[in-house]
Design a binder for this molecule. Structure first.
Ligand code: GLU
Length: 380
């Protein structure tokens, strides 16, 4: 969907890549410590419906700690870090299995991805994670993502899946993030204490006033309260992804949204590809340059990736994931992009056919030296 700053909320069927975030309190029956299977099966049916309409779907699912805790006989709250890590190690197995099962019942393949903070924040690891997600989606699988809580430590972890989901959604260039929650959306004041609080249907910019509405409470099973959801909204909308918060406590929560259930939309002004391209064009310090021949320059202007075969000279000492300038035969800058190889490798594969990469480098690598999604062409 193209980002439009219109105040009327968009429609679910307009989106082509949707991330659905499911919190622990929806997924896990906290008294029993088991998955609410009927609810999950209904959600899987909703996901299958989006998928059948050709949308790519990603799931960010919490629940590993809530599921593992009971099995290990650990208390319900205030777990020590080691306890959360151990609970996650046990619970994640069950979580991944149940997602694989409910999606398989809808003839959809699930792929588990466990990410750490470093995987989304460090450029080269970010590119790796993004490439894996892109490959799964191109195979029409549904990535089921959680934080790798077994190795995450307090200092370097998300801790809540709201912000993780927003980061993953922008990383995957999703155009919509749905946060299924135990509230219908953002209220003008915390609804439990304020019976007059009203649901805000559309937020077109996260202002200080919106942040003040969020309060801070989190339910027992989930880490995030409204505050982490607002943080998520900021990450998502800056990265070109629309976000909505909706009540997930009902059966078929996504289908109900399609049918007009109340929710809060957080709208972004730009589309995800443009947002990432802005990031590439503006925020990064180029670490080197690739000089390319006329054929490659034409291909690039026609929206193609840059292949090693078109590279005539490599300049600088960059690492994979760094931003480099792309120069034409006369040395003029024609674009910038995130390079898929270290400079030492780029020198070896420059001018060579992509099929020879494995033989030259001793390991298979990416076909493109700069993928078109990672590239800004001058004038774009
Ligand atoms: N990653 C945590 C888990 O799977 C959940 C974090 C959250 O509740 O947001 O248990």
């Amino acid at each position: 969907m193209n980002g439009s700053p219109a105040s009327a909320p968009p429609k679910l069927e307009d989106f082509r890549r949707i991330t659905v975030k499911v919190g622990s309190s929806l997924l896990v029956d906290s008294a029993q410590g088991c998955v609410r299977r009927d609810w999950l099966a209904a959600l899987a049916a909703d996901i299958a419906e989006l998928h059948a309409k050709k949308a790519d779907v990603l799931v960010v699912s919490s629940g590993s700690i809530a599921l593992g805790r009971k099995v290990l006989g650990l208390p319900e709250k205030d777990l020590e870090l080691e306890d959360s890590q151990a609970a996650a190690a046990v619970g994640q197995i069950a979580l991944a299995r149940i997602w694989a099962e409910v999606l398989a019942d809808r003839k959809i393949t699930a792929g588990q991805i466990l990410v750490t903070f470093g995987d989304t924040e460090e450029r080269r690891r970010y590119l790796n994670a993004r490439a894996t997600i892109a490959r799964l989606l191109s195979a029409r699988a549904v990535p089921v993502i959680n934080e790798n809580d077994t190795v995450a430590t307090n200092e370097i972890r998300y801790g809540d899946n709201d912000r993780l989901a927003a980061r993953v959604a922008t990383m995957a260039s999703a155009d919509l993030l749905i946060l299924l929650s135990d509230v219908a959306g953002l209220y003008s004041a915390p609804p439990l204490e304020n019976p007059d609080a009203i649901l805000v249907p559309v937020v077109s910019r996260v202002t200080a006033e919106i942040e003040a509405m969020a309060g801070g409470a989190a339910s027992r099973n989930s880490r995030g309260g409204m505050r982490t959801k607002i943080e998520a909204a900021k990450i998502a909308t800056t990265g070109g992804t629309h976000m909505l918060i909706a009540d997930g406590r009902v059966l078929h929560p996504v289908a109900r949204l399609r049918d007009g259930a109340p929710c809060t939309w957080f709208l972004t002004g730009s589309n995800p590809v443009t947002a990432r391209k802005k990031w590439i064009a503006g925020a990064l310090e180029p670490r080197g340059a690739l000089h390319i021949d006329a054929g490659a320059a034409t291909a690039m202007t026609n929206g193609k990736s840059l292949l090693p075969a078109g590279v005539t000279r490599v300049e600088g000492n960059f690492a994979r994931g760094d931003c480099v300038v792309i120069r034409n035969a006369t040395g003029g800058e024609i674009g910038r992009g995130l390079v898929a190889y270290d400079a030492s490798e780029a020198v070896l594969i420059a001018g060579r056919n992509s099929q020879d990469i494995a033989q030259i480098l001793g390991a298979p690598g990416r076909t493109a030296i700069i993928h078109r999604d990672d590239m800004v062409v001058a004038g774009e």
